[in-house]
Design a protein around this ligand. Structure first.
Ligand SMILES: Cc1ncc(COP(=O)(O)O)c(C=O)c1O
Length: 369
């Protein structure tokens, strides 16, 4: 037996093994880079700058004490789903699917819809994970340019792209990242009507826009709405939710990995959603600070800033790379968008932080300009 095994020959592959086995579309991708932010004012990832109030921390830790970590979490996260249905204001015929962040939900949707020559479509510039996930799962990605200047949806281009590519799914971030604007409702409706694919409205920044499509779910049979707890102050829990008709979600649920929401996250979210007013107050503060920051940036010569309905601002400046470097020197991390898309030349994205953090950004800019 041993001798026979020894005589089995490995078949040869042409060239390096990695090139042979890893699909070419993955070989050409780059890993999603997260810079080290140790000791820095972190304004690059649209996190909420406020931590949990001290008054809640003890009570929260007390809840965690009850957990049996030797057991798998509730596979269906039923208690959390019930809490979230109330939080989202869903009607009884609407369901929820949870993901390890909305990133995982995008992946689940793309996995379920992928196939030869299937297309995932999104406006550009947009959230990079749509493209990255589409490519990694063998879907053809079609990015439809927004209209330069104010980044509104190009209705004609979108409808033409739908006709030409028959997308399996269209992602529309509402508000859009990194441009911060809300797309026109009527244009979105015309897109939902024109496509026979699924449309996912990604409301990651809902708390800062206070405008939603959840109330419209019943009007369309090809619409789902996605939200996340990340931007309201719970990014560390990794909880994303997809809301819509049971028929769609039942299918997607078949490929969700069991136990994708861990026990610590489930228990924490259930507890923290009982204190939703804390996050609402923080979001209100961020919205007010965003408006103040917008006005201040607008008054700085050589800086162009776009109005935003999210918790970040997009700016453009001839001095973008100098600003970036100086902020870094002053221990402030923001997102460089220059080079990421042709419409974002000389652009930077600044997450709204605490009032003091925002002031630190403004002080650095005034030092320079
Ligand atoms: C538009 C949009 N959707 C989804 C996400 C991902 O959120 P999550 O933390 O839930 O994976 C982001 C994160 O930046 C985003 O900008």
């Amino acid at each position: 037996m041993r001798d026979r095994l020894n005589t089995v020959r490995k078949s040869k592959v042409p060239g390096p093994l990695i090139d042979h086995w890893i699909r070419p579309e993955i070989r050409t991708l780059s890993h999603y880079h997260v810079p080290d932010a140790t000791g820095m004012i972190k304004l690059d990832a649209m996190e909420n700058p406020y931590s949990l109030p001290d008054s809640l921390v003890d009570e929260w830790l007390e809840r965690l004490r009850e957990l049996e970590l030797n057991r798998y979490p509730d596979a269906g996260a039923e208690i959390l789903k019930e809490k979230l249905s109330g939080y989202l204001g869903l009607s009884p015929d609407q369901e929820i699917l949870l993901g390890n962040g909305s990133d995982e939900l995008i992946q689940i949707i793309a996995m379920a819809l992928s196939g030869p020559d299937r297309v995932l479509m999104a406006p550009e510039p947009g959230f990079v994970m749509y493209r990255l996930i589409a490519r990694s799962l063998g879907l053809r990605y079609v990015g439809v340019p927004l209209v330069q200047d104010d980044f509104h949806l190009d209705q004609t281009a979108m409808l033409k792209a739908i006709e030409e590519n028959n997308p399996a799914v269209i992602f529309l971030a509402y508000p859009n990242n990194p441009t911060g604007n809300l797309f026109d409702r009527q244009v979105i409706e015309s897109i939902i009507d024109a496509t026979n694919g699924l449309v996912v409205i990604d409301e990651a920044y809902h708390s800062f826009a206070l405008d939603s499509w959840i109330g419209d779910l019943g009007r369309f049979d090809n619409l789902l709405v996605m939200r996340t707890l990340s931007k309201i102050g719970l990014a560390g829990l990794r909880i994303g939710m997809l809301a819509g008709a049971k028929s769609w979600l039942d299918e997607l649920n078949k490929i969700r990995l069991p136990y994708n929401i861990n026990a610590l996250s489930q228990a924490s979210a259930v507890f923290l959603l009982e204190h939703g007013e804390v996050f609402e107050q923080q979001a209100a503060q961020i919205r007010a600070d965003r408006e103040q920051m917008y006005a201040r940036l607008e008054s700085i010569p050589q800086i162009e800033v776009w109005p935003s309905r999210a918790n970040f601002l997009l700016i453009r400046s001839r001095l973008s790379q100098v600003i970036l470097k100086r902020l870094k020197k002053n221990n402030i991390l923001i997102k460089n968008l220059h080079g990421s898309h042709e419409m974002l030349a000389q652009c930077l994205r600044i997450t709204i932080g605490t009032t003091e953090e925002n002031q630190a950004v403004l002080d650095t800019m005034k030092e320079l300009i």
